[in-house]
Design a protein around this ligand. Structure first.
Ligand SMILES: [Cu+2]
Length: 160
């Protein structure tokens, strides 16, 4: 009985050790260009756009998104069917393959914050938590803007 318990504890210790290693890999994900378009008063949804780069060697998966200003943040995919723009909710997460960047942008994959409790104005920020299968939770801020952040700004951010 005691032998079994020791074996169990050893397995448990090994398991928690591997989760520590996985957390270290969190640095393999980089989230950039996080923004939201200025919404009109009373808008029923806010859009969220960002890019996620996986510079590691393991695939990861975005599995959940949350925000204090919306009880329901969804991942959507846009498509054009018979000339009509449509979107559907993506419920099984989004793969972030190693060595690749996945873009969430208008007219493509995007985030939607349903029934927002507030609609921040231009230049304000919307807190967002992204949960990845392996890398865990990332807190980011969507900057509210009228158009996507310039690539030039992105380079400036890099130099800081
Ligand atoms: Cu949508």
């Amino acid at each position: 009985m005691i032998g079994r318990l020791v074996a169990f504890l050893l397995i448990f210790a090994a398991a928690s050790l591997s989760s520590v290693v996985q957390e270290a890999c969190a640095a393999d994900l980089e989230i950039k260009r996080a923004w939201s378009r200025v919404a009109p008063p009373g808008a029923p949804v806010l859009g969220g756009y960002l890019s996620i780069t996986n510079s590691g060697v393991e695939p990861d998966r975005l599995i959940a998104v949350s925000s204090p200003i919306s009880d329901n943040v969804q991942i959507h995919a846009s498509a054009i069917n018979d000339g009509i723009a449509t979107m559907r909710q993506v419920t099984d997460g989004v793969a972030i393959p190693p060595g690749q960047t996945v873009e969430f942008e208008p007219g493509d994959l995007h985030l939607m914050l349903l029934n927002p409790k507030s609609r921040p104005g231009e230049g304000e920020k919307i807190p967002l938590t992204l949960t990845f299968e392996k890398a865990g939770r990332f807190d980011v801020e969507l900057v509210v803007a009228r158009s996507p952040p310039e690539v030039a700004n992105e380079h400036q951010d890099h130099m800081q």
